[in-house]
Write a protein that binds this ligand. Structure first.
Ligand code: Z5A
Length: 217
């Protein structure tokens, strides 16, 4: 029987370096001969990406209420799990995902103030017990991360999406939401200091992956 693959997620606030480091983690695993699927949420499938457009639209025709936002996150996730994540894990591939359900607790729970119990009910319904094997939390102060996003935008990197237009208090609540989740599940989470140079962040990731993956063998 094929051994099930592993699910690794990268989490953190805007601009902490998730996209840059999904590429690093993916290359690291591929260099060890593993089949790796790199993906993201919301999105990851054609329908999921269409839902992402709705969620990130900076100028929606009508405001998106928080409950609809929450349900759309889980609708995209259900499709992502059915079409991409579960089939990949079943054939033994490793999945590296830029954000997953911890983002829902951090943004819709801590950020928007929705009840964690409602999020947990949807998590149970959609995921039926599937959780990441490892979650890398890229953590850094909100102001410094926001400066990174601004400089990327200034150098021609598009416009601020609906989430990136939120205020500092929202991002501070999101960071605290992530901190609490990491504290509650120290076996699954690993915190990385994302305020350091990209090279220093990737040295931390290299050490972390060596240690964690050795512990799974
Ligand atoms: N969301 C939600 O609310 N609920 C959910 O359940 C899920 C998501 C799944 C889209 O996510 C939004 O969806 C997100 C939360 C919400 N909104 N926000 N905010 P996203 O992941 O696509 O959006 P993002 O967090 O805004 O991504 P981002 O801005 O692309 O950031 P990033 O991927 O973490 O960072 P990056 O693109 O790799 O790096 C940002 C810039 O900094 C870039 O110019 C890099 O070259 C630079 N960089 C990266 N690392 C470094 C270091 N170490 N030093 C210096 N510069 C660096």
């Amino acid at each position: 029987m094929t051994e099930r693959g592993r699910l690794i997620t990268l989490e953190g606030g805007e601009g902490v370096g998730k996209s840059s480091n999904v590429a690093f983690v993916t290359a690291w695993l591929k260099a060890r001969g593993l089949e790796v699927v790199a993906t993201r949420e919301p999105g990851g499938t054609p329908r999921g990406e269409a839902i992402r457009e709705l969620l990130l639209d900076p100028a929606p025709a009508e405001p998106l209420c928080s409950d609809a936002e929450l349900l759309l996150m889980f609708a995209a996730r259900a499709q992502h799990l059915a079409e991409k994540i579960r089939p990949a894990l079943a054939r033994g591939a490793w999945v590296v995902c830029d954000r997953f359900t911890d983002a829902t607790y951090a943004y819709q729970g801590a950020g928007r103030g929705l009840d964690n119990q409602r999020i947990a009910t949807l998590e149970h319904f959609v995921q039926a017990g599937l959780t990441p094997d490892l979650t890398i939390l890229l953590d850094m102060p909100v102001e410094a991360a926001s400066r990174r996003v601004s400089s990327r935008l200034d150098s021609g990197g598009g416009q601020r999406d609906r989430f990136e237009r939120e205020q500092r208090d929202f991002f501070a609540a999101v960071r605290e939401g992530y901190r609490q989740r990491a504290e509650a599940e120290p076996g699954r989470f690993a915190r990385v200091d994302a305020a350091r140079s990209l090279e220093a962040v990737q040295t931390q990731l290299d050490d972390l992956l060596e240690t964690r993956i050795a512990s799974w063998r």
